[in-house]
Ligand binder design. Sequence first.
Ligand code: ATP
Ligand code: MG
Length: 229
Amino acid sequence: HEAQVNGDIAIDDISYTYYDSDQPVLKNISISLKQGEKLALLGRTGCGKSTLLQLLTRNWDPQQGKISIDGVELPKWQEASLRQAITVVSQRVDIFNGTLRENLLMAKPEGSDREFSKVLTKVGLETLLKGKGLDTWLGEGGRQLSGGERRRIGIARALLHDAPILLMDEPTEGLDRRTEQQIISLLIEHAKEKTVLFITHRLVGLEEMDQICLMDEGEIIERGKHTEL
Ligand code: ATP
Ligand code: MG
């Protein structure tokens, strides 16, 4: 049986230093998000945003402080349950050598071809469905995707993986403005009931967020609502 995950996130006073560095990249970060709440994290390049996301997905562990989901500290989570609880749109989308279908199945192992075609059309990748369709080989020895196409595959995966927590790291980087607006609307609609952490340096979608945090050099230097900042 699988327990229902609500998606409460508690980041409690964490600090993190990379092993090859003597300077912490995250300093005393605390963020609390109840189920369904949405937070945008802004800050200039190198301030530590993606690092925070890596800690949330337990790729690395903070040297200080703790992170809990639904009140359970991350180290206590089983890997599979954590993967079920969180959807990530990474700053870099990994496409592996395999068919288009296989590149989507990782997000939804029980997904059908019909569902995959539908979601690809939603994210504006219907051209990929021409010719060999979902059997199109991607990656080495296959079709090389453009930066924008890779992004859209990342978004399609997020739309397919229906988890209570959605973490997005610059999901629309490199897309033109009109496409960006469409994609953000899609994601926000999809995440209506979900807990969201949205890393961005653009100003699209911020009015949908409950909190906005501004980071600088590993610290949160300002917090508030869209209208306050
Ligand atoms: P951007 O907006 O450019 O994506 P960011 O806010 O996401 O930046 P991070 O990627 O979290 O920034 O990087 C924060 C700091 O940590 C930077 O100084 C970066 O050089 C450093 N850093 C990132 N990844 C590693 C790593 N794997 N090993 C060592 N240092 C790293
Ligand atoms: Mg980053």
